[in-house]
Design a protein around this ligand. Structure first.
Ligand SMILES: *Cc1c(COP(=O)(O)O)cnc(C)c1O
Length: 478
């Protein structure tokens, strides 16, 4: 049992221990991790950390006590409004990330609609199947219904007519992505927003990953579809700064077309014995660190700096896509608008490719099959990738060849058949134990090679996958 040590450790020892904990972490500094980390290099990292530390202890709970934090937030919101087609009417807030920005947009739509149409009962959100899971989470937390619409099977862009048909009297929000995380393609936002507007519905653009970078890509000559607040009918937009703004994690901005909308976002509670709470976001006590870091990084890098970084990612993405097309057995899914690429294969098991890459020191993110969407590996392309893209492509070509020679394990086919036939509602602890045993998992320690486990998960219905992974995580944490 770990306890708080009776006597505190020496400062040096604490720091040394902290460093030791890293031993098994993903090594993102190598430029070989093509997921999870957004890296603009050492100098930006230094500026970010120094600025974060400077305001780490200040509390954004009360903007009147810390006008510094209010000023950072207002300036960041202004910068993003300007960057993303806003007007003088545009308002917004700084949140802890894309998920929180989305949660706020959904809550705002719900409360805005409820206040005006209390007779509408339980409300829903209309969203394409490619919209981020954060909307599903928001609907779950806020007790809303989801109406999921199909996307085009080859472009992975939302089907506008399906959206039009799905909207009903109970709809409070329609959603489009710019771009979707999984395939990196921008939905037909202009057409979708028009449909929403005609039906008198609010429309949210999830530009969490794209909002910062796409305007730079456009200036570099990329053919980026219109997606921002200048598109008629767009009422809110989320943009993460902790992705291609390259600031510290815990930084996103939610923008609204006007103050009347944002009114529904703000929560107040005077009905208790303590201080009256007025919160713009989910958090109450809130570190100033992410705010000061974001302000510092945006001002340090500047428009020219971001253009340079964007150019690197733009060039690396082109080289990567060309390179993939030259590798037998790999296909790019859709036609990515940004630096996010999904790669699938009709010839080899893509999960083995991911394992082979890992053995060669490269990290890519497996994405499981969903509906008609094939399993694939997902790559996000950092500025550093311009220097590593050739090595990455060579490793991929080798990994595909290696994967060709791996014989499928009959256990996977057997387990997949068993699990895909199970009724997810019957899932219990005993079944969880059985599944782990069948997949060869000892305790919760995952094997080096994940292809078989991914293969089994891939064959399961989504609802069983969810239950299984909840049980797994429930075991993983104490
Ligand atoms: C990352 C992302 C989110 C969720 O953001 P978090 O910062 O991970 O909470 C939502 N939508 C898209 C398109 C994203 O890429």
């Amino acid at each position: 049992m770990t306890t708080i040590p009776k006597q505190g450790m020496e400062r040096a020892e604490v720091m040394e221990r902290l460093a030791q904990f890293r031993a098994h972490d993903l090594n993102w500094r190598s430029g070989q991790a093509w997921a999870y980390v957004y890296d603009a290099g050492d100098t930006v990292e230094e500026v970010c950390k120094t600025a974060y530390n400077a305001y780490m202890t200040e509390n954004a709970l009360d903007p009147t006590a810390f006008p510094s934090l209010l000023e950072f937030e207002n300036q960041l919101v202004r910068m993003m409004a300007h960057h993303l087609g806003g007007t003088d009417e545009t308002v917004g807030n700084f949140s802890s990330g894309g998920t929180e920005s989305i949660l706020l947009a959904v809550k705002t739509a719900r409360d805005y609609t409820r206040a005006r149409h209390p007779e509408r009962g339980r409300l829903n959100i209309v969203l394409p199947s490619t919209a981020h899971a954060a909307f599903h989470k928001a609907a779950h937390y806020l007790d809303l219904e989801l109406i999921v619409t199909p996307v085009h099977p080859e472009t992975f862009r939302a089907d506008v007519e399906a959206v039009r048909t799905a909207i009903n009297d109970h709809t409070c929000l329609v959603v489009g992505s710019a771009p979707s995380y999984a395939h990196g393609v921008v939905d037909p936002i202009r057409e979708m927003a028009q449909v929403a507007q005609e039906a008198d519905k609010l429309f949210h653009v999830d530009a969490c990953i794209g909002g910062f970078l796409l305007p730079f890509f456009k200036r570099l000559g990329a053919d980026v579809p219109d997606f921002d607040l200048s598109v008629p009918g767009v009422t809110s937009l989320s943009v993460d700064l902790h992705k291609y703004g390259f600031t510290a994690k815990g930084a996103s901005v939610i923008l609204y077309a006007n103050k009347e909308l944002r009114q529904s976002q703000i929560y107040a509670c005077a009905g208790w014995t303590g201080y009256t709470i007025v919160n713009t976001t989910v958090q109450s006590t809130k570190s100033g660190g992410p705010l000061s870091a974001a302000w510092a990084v945006l001002n340090f890098i500047g428009d020219d700096g971001y253009m340079e970084l964007a150019q690197k990612m733009f060039d690396a993405t082109r080289r990567f896509i060309d390179g993939i097309q030259a590798i037998d057995g790999l296909d790019i899914m859709g036609n990515p608008d940004m630096n996010l690429v999904a790669v699938s294969s009709d010839e080899v098991n893509i999960f083995h490719v991911a394992d082979e890459m890992k053995q060669r020191g490269w990290f890519v993110q497996p994405q499981l099959a969903f509906g008609d969407h094939k399993e694939n590996i997902h790559l996000s392309i950092n500025p550093k990738a311009l220097d590593t893209v050739d090595g990455m492509l060579a490793a991929l070509a080798e990994s595909v060849e290696a994967a060709r020679h791996i014989k499928p394990d009959p256990m996977v086919a057997g387990a997949s058949a068993t699990f895909s036939a199970l009724d997810p509602s019957q899932f219990d602890d005993a079944m969880f134990g059985q599944m782990l045993a069948m997949a060869g998992i000892n305790g919760v320690a995952l094997p080096e090679r994940m292809a078989d486990i991914n293969g089994i998960l891939n064959a399961m219905p989504a609802s069983l996958r969810e239950k299984l992974l909840i049980s797994f995580i429930n075991e993983l944490y104490i």
